[in-house]
Design a binder for this molecule. Sequence first.
Ligand SMILES: [Zn+2]
Length: 231
Amino acid sequence: MTTVLKKKTSFFTAVMLAFFSLSSAYSDEDHAHTLTPEEEERFYDQAYQKGDFEILNFRFEQTHWRECTDEVTGNYSGYNCANRRGISVILKDFMDNHMGSCVQAGLDEVDGGILEDLHIIHDGILGDRRHSPKSMHAENRAIDIRAFRVTNNEGMTKTYTYKGTTNRTFYKAFRKCWGQANKVYNNCPSYQGNISRTGSIGWEDKSHQNHMHTSVPYCVNGSYGSYYYRR
Ligand SMILES: [Zn+2]
């Protein structure tokens, strides 16, 4: 009798655990550690020196962001711009084709003028897939943005820092626009029916007070792909 009860209990526990791990897979809490420039260098060195090519085996096509010279420039916070930084083709495409217009959507809300030059100060793109394989960072499909440095058509340069509430109006407009871009050009449904939380995690999550997680989720035919996190 006791054995049966125990079995029932452990079955119930297993079901509950499965349920919680399934639901936590899509919670706001999930966030991979993104690699610092040094960690990123070690990550790639390891692949070449130890022949651990598995870690280079991205599932989505990859390219480079030339942070110093591409149309949208950038740097890892506290470091100089990198000549080349690994990035997925799709995130690079979204940065080239939609990030400027979404920054403009933000500028429109705060009378910031017309965008001329855009520079992103970020906390990294790549995450180690051996630790967090379902993260968009494991595939270079997400960037953690700390600030946009904007030069407008009057030649004025202003940095819109994400942290704090000073630029909240700007970032609200940005996120709504970015969500719409993911819906229209990436075939993603609204995340939990909220377009502003589609393709981004922000101030509503306790681990995203210093940077805005900005992603191009894996979507197929209007649905989120089952393996990866949805943001
Ligand atoms: Zn992130």
